[in-house]
Design a protein around this ligand. Structure first.
Ligand code: SF4
Length: 466
């Protein structure tokens, strides 16, 4: 044993002797699976069926199985695509109610730490313990819990992107295509341009979990503003809360200081509720968990109320396009930031405690999302309809210049799969991010995790690496 080994052994004997008696956490099992630190050529289910992992799947950040879209071959059968669930014990399949949860219907392999041979389950079970590539303690120390995408699992197209100095140019082309597509979709709508813009803005306020609920309210804009003139912003806020089905009936017990605000909303709503009663959404349509407090739908409704009360965003966007200034992200943020509100700049929800610090109703990340996905495509559509070629060019120039949006799991995965890169340096602008998302939409979503049948690499080889 060398000196270093001795020191390590004294601090953590498991690392030296490779003790297998300990039970790992589920997170470590997930990391081992994702990095495929297993004897890949020897895997067998509890029923002695050979398992060949063609792709371990993509780590799932949503509710449901741990990995989605894995590709597994059992014995010599045709490979199957499906999801992977990882638990410590085989009994967790029933214990965690996976068997009755429809999110798990597509699971093709249940991975567990250890279980007796011939253990029974309705789906195939693979114990990991007998097939670890190295002793668990060493794996625990090396795989960590930060998932790394194994280089061998990069997409087929990544080799061309990695070699090319035209990567950015190509992503920008894909981004401009995406911008055009969004703009064409907006132009094709039969609603007025104004209404199309508002519905897009509302949808963006809902993020992915509540986009349909917000869109449903956005569609009611003519009703919300048209029935009777609103007295003030709170009047519009009351209509939006009432229509959303999110206006609480009872006062707050824990924070009675909020009751004045809630009573004021009810003062408006009880008088107007009858007019809107056919359009009230069920409260169950909303997904309120899993969002950051600062992005809670209550705050988004409050923001929408302020936009709607002024009802001048479309003309402000058109004016802004003519002279957006140097710092386009900041000038856009200012454009859509409402005046300070004594309640909503200090509360996450209608009943929550007062926050210790001022909370803006919108930040730069959401503003970027709204600009890139809604406002710039809309401005392109309007410029085109007005035969304003200078406006069209300005929209494209702003689109390509915009600073990157907040990174997310989709972008991380796409960067690694398509560009073979982990670093955000590979997507330095919002447009390069959008280009990447467009490639995922057009190609990855029509193939599988091992790129079967994807024609994209053949098409780009001579463009990126002539
Ligand atoms: S599916 Fe196509 S576009 Fe997606 S990573 Fe594979 S080769 Fe690239």
């Amino acid at each position: 044993m060398n000196i270093y080994e001795k020191i390590v052994g004294e601090i953590n004997p498991h690392l030296v002797c490779g003790d297998m008696a300990i039970t790992p956490s589920e997170k470590i099992l997930q990391a081992i699976w994702f990095n495929q630190r297993i004897k890949r050529g020897e895997l067998k289910t509890t029923k002695n069926i050979n398992v060949r992992v063609l792709h371990p799947g993509f780590f799932n950040l949503e509710a449901g199985p741990d990995f989605k879209n894995a590709i597994i071959q059992f014995d010599n059968q045709k490979p199957v695509q499906g999801d992977i669930e990882i638990d410590l014990n085989i009994s967790d399949w029933k214990g965690h109610s996976h068997s009755s949860n429809p999110n798990y219907n597509n699971v093709i392999l249940h991975i567990v730490w250890d279980c007796p041979d011939e253990a029974e389950n309705s789906i195939s079970v693979l114990p990991l313990r007998p097939f670890l590539e190295s002793p668990l303690a060493i794996l625990e120390d090396t795989v960590g819990i930060d998932f790394q995408f194994p280089p061998t699992l990069e997409g087929v197209c990544s080799k061309f992107f990695k070699r090319s100095d035209k990567q950015r140019m190509f992503l920008e082309e894909a981004a401009l295509f995406r911008l055009e597509q969004k703009s064409i979709q907006m132009s094709a709508r039969s609603s007025s341009r104004e209404q199309v813009l508002w519905e897009g803005l509302f949808r963006a306020l809902g993020y992915k979990n509540n986009s349909w609920a917000f869109q449903s309210i956005g569609e009611l804009k003519p009703l919300i503003l048209g029935e009777s003139p609103a007295q003030d912003e709170r009047n519009i806020e009351a209509r939006l809360f009432g229509l959303s089905g999110l206006l609480p009936y009872d006062l707050s017990r824990s924070h009675p200081e909020n009751d004045g605000h809630l009573k004021r909303l009810w003062d408006y709503w009880w008088r107007e509720r009858e007019i809107f009663s056919n359009y009230i959404l069920p409260g169950s349509i909303w997904r309120l968990s899993g969002t950051r407090p600062v992005n809670h739908p209550h705050r988004r409704i409050a923001l929408a109320a302020r936009w709607l009360f002024k009802n001048d965003l479309s003309s402000r966007f058109l004016t802004w396009l003519k002279s957006p200034g140097e710092n386009i992200e900041e000038s856009f943020l200012q454009l859509i930031t409402p005046e300070e509100d004594p309640f909503w700049n200090w509360h996450y929800t209608i009943k929550s405690a007062k926050t210790a610090t001022f909370q803006p109703l919108i930040g730069i990340d959401r503003a970027t999302d709204i600009a890139i996905n809604i406002v710039l495509p809309w401005l392109l559509a309007v410029s085109r309809e007005n035969s304003d070629t200078a406006g069209e060019e300005r929209v494209k120039e702003l689109y390509l210049r915009w600073k990157p949006a907040q990174d997310n799991a989709l972008l991380k995965l796409a960067r690694k799969r398509i560009l073979g890169a982990f670093s955000t340096d590979a997507t330095p602008t919002a447009a390069t991010q959008q280009g990447l998302i467009q490639i995922v939409k057009n190609f990855c979503e029509n193939s599988d995790s091992i790129c079967t049948g994807c024609k994209f690499p053949d098409k780009i080889e001579y463009i990126l690496c002539p």
